[in-house]
Design a protein around this ligand. Structure first.
Ligand SMILES: NC(=O)C[C@H](N)C(=O)O
Length: 337
């Protein structure tokens, strides 16, 4: 708590996990080659005193990592903490500060396992806190406003970056270094934040949060699911290695409409025969991977990823495997979430 509590303001908890938003560089012009995850949550809060005027702020350092090091164990810990906090009457919304590299994955995981309608907003930055025109402070200010806004309730986990609001399911990091990196491609963002006020224009129709069947409260680990990437001349080495290493599920990041290269296909079929659940996704980044399109999923007993990117299909498949290994049921989930 950094300011006197005001009954007129929403109570927003900031859960800090690291990333560039908590990063520092050697000089104000260092925008690459900086060190992520060095600034603690209290310093992040103190750097943006404006947020104390729009919410009663509490900060917690959940972990302090660059988001390329995010693991399933971090997600489980974070999701459990979010669910505990949102169950409290004195928490109205949560902001999670996060590295941008896997931000969309954490957001989608939480979108499927948070059991509350209260706002959850994930935010990061592309420039470290020490940079000229650092984007972290304005992004944090926007995120706190969004998390404290009743208009953000019931919309699933949201991402606030670059004055834009994105839905966790559809957003992806689309540029390695620019501040407008978060985009939802053809499906589009859901709104803007202007002058601290959120404006919504669309909603994602897929189920989330309180309307999912997933429960992480008793889970200590998630099933092993990996991604095999397709390209011209690809073989079956990756698929075979992943299966040998114990994958319970495999997401194939196919070319085009989830096509299966002939040199990879037998290994995927063998994986399925061993009980591994195979999801066909696409490396393209936009569009539907159609069931029974470029492969006969009915015959192969594979699952089509719909519009989920390979990295998000991996998350849904992990959670699906905590409930069932029935591919028809898993396909239903891919058309539901
Ligand atoms: N902009 C960033 O946050 C990148 C950083 N590598 C991270 O994801 O933690």
């Amino acid at each position: 708590q950094i300011a006197a509590h005001s009954a007129k303001l929403p109570n927003v908890t900031i859960l800090a996990t690291g990333g560039t938003i908590a990063g520092t560089g050697a000089s104000s012009t260092t925008t690459v080659g900086y060190t992520a995850a060095t600034v603690g949550v209290q310093s992040l809060i103190q750097a943006v005193p404006e947020i104390a005027r729009v919410a009663n702020i509490t900060g917690e350092q959940v972990f302090q990592i660059a988001s390329e090091n995010m693991g399933n164990e971090h997600w489980l810990q974070l999701a459990k903490r979010v669910n505990v906090l949102l169950g409290q009457a004195n928490v109205d919304g949560i902001v999670i500060t996060h590295g941008t590299d896997t931000l969309e994955e954490t957001a989608y995981f939480l979108n499927l396992v948070v059991k509350s309608k209260k706002p959850v907003v994930v935010v990061g930055s592309m420039r470290p806190s020490t940079a000229l025109s650092a984007d972290g402070p304005i992004n944090l200010y926007n995120a706190v406003n969004l998390a404290g806004s009743p208009s953000a309730a019931g919309k699933g986990v949201l991402v606030a970056m670059n004055d834009q609001i994105h839905a966790a399911r559809d957003v992806t990091k689309a540029s390695t270094t620019t501040t407008d990196t978060f985009r939802a491609a053809e499906l589009g963002m859901v709104g803007y934040i202007q002058g601290g006020k959120p404006y919504f224009y669309r909603e994602v129709t897929r189920k989330h949060t309180v309307d999912t069947e997933f429960d992480v409260s008793k889970l200590d680990a998630l099933p092993q699911v990996d991604v095999a990437y397709a390209y011209a001349n690809v073989g079956d080495v990756a698929v075979k290695a992943l299966v040998a290493a114990g994958a319970k599920g495999l997401v194939h990041a196919g070319v085009g409409n989830g096509s299966l290269p002939a040199r990879t296909r037998p290994a995927l079929i063998a994986a399925r025969e061993k009980g591994v659940v195979v999801v066909r996704s696409s490396r393209v980044g936009q569009g539907i991977v159609a069931r029974n399109g470029e492969a006969n999923d009915d015959q192969l007993d594979f699952v089509a990823a719909d519009t989920l990117s390979p990295q998000k299909a991996r998350i849904l498949l992990m959670l699906a495997l905590t409930k069932t290994s029935d591919t028809k049921d898993i396909q239903r989930m891919f058309y539901t979430y």
